[in-house]
Design a protein around this ligand. Structure first.
Ligand code: DX5
Ligand code: ZN
Length: 233
């Protein structure tokens, strides 16, 4: 694994949650983020969807940039032509940038370009390069990319919406993924995570577990974040 301080930090905190901001109460976002910090959350997950790679249209780099927070920005790009937008997300303060293998003909080039970029928050921190796989994408796509990523995001739903049901076959995929990458990459599982399944997902070997609607359910984000975090201890 690359000796980026950020990779080491994430590894030391594993397993941990990364909270999807999409379903937060945006009118009171500042206090919502303070709530997350008080629950010990370190990572904020941005689901960037362009209405082309996946059906929904959500946010772009200006929103990621405008959201000022001490939390690390974990940016999941579900967009076409990611190469042309990397600069903007780096400038927006992304700490982790995850690109879909299916979103470009030239995923190797995208990861290499990302590897040359500097974290806008702190030039010594490094940017974690992530590669995301849809539920229908074979794990074999990772093999020629070895050394060009520090994180693999295993999507447990088809991209497009929060609140979908966890696809059961993801469990086997995560187990196989851990055998493939061993300790050369962090594993992130995203989609359909609930209070009931988060513990078993961590036991499969996930380092980072994304949770959107299970934390920001419109009711009790602090309690939800504490329960989700507690399930990993
Ligand atoms: C799916 C997104 C996920 C999802 C998470 O396209 O990448 O991050 O919104 O939301 P929940 O936790 O509600 O499934
Ligand atoms: Zn995501």
């Amino acid at each position: 694994m690359a000796r980026s301080p950020l990779v080491d930090r994430l590894r030391a905190s594993a397993p941990q949650i990364s909270v999807g901001v999409l379903t937060a109460d945006w009118l009171t976002l500042g206090s919502q983020l303070e709530i997350l910090e008080s629950a010990g959350v370190e990572l904020l997950h941005f689901d960037v969807m362009d209405g082309m790679f996946c059906p929904m249209l959500t946010m772009g780099a200006p929103v990621v940039a405008g959201l000022k927070t001490r939390l690390l920005k974990d940016v999941h790009l579900m967009i076409e032509d990611p190469l042309s937008k990397l600069d903007a997300f780096v400038a927006a303060g992304a700490d982790i940038i995850t690109v879909h293998a299916e979103s470009t003909r030239h995923i190797h080039r995208v990861l290499q370009a990302l590897g040359k970029m500097t974290n806008a928050n702190d030039s010594n921190r490094g940017i974690v390069r992530g590669i995301a796989l849809n539920p229908g994408t074979p794990l074999e796509v990772l093999e020629p990319l070895a050394g060009e990523f520090e994180l693999v995001l295993m999507l447990a739903v088809n991209p497009g919406w929060g609140g979908q049901k966890f696809i059961a076959s993801t469990c086997d995929r995560v187990k196989r993924l851990r055998e493939i990458v061993r300790d050369t990459a962090l594993i992130c599982v995203d989609g359909g995570v609930t209070r009931d399944n988060i513990g078993s997902i961590a036991r499969l070997g996930a380092d980072i577990i994304v949770t959107g609607s299970a934390v920001f359910d419109g009711k009790a984000p602090l309690e939800n974040a504490r329960v989700m975090t507690g399930a990993l201890r």
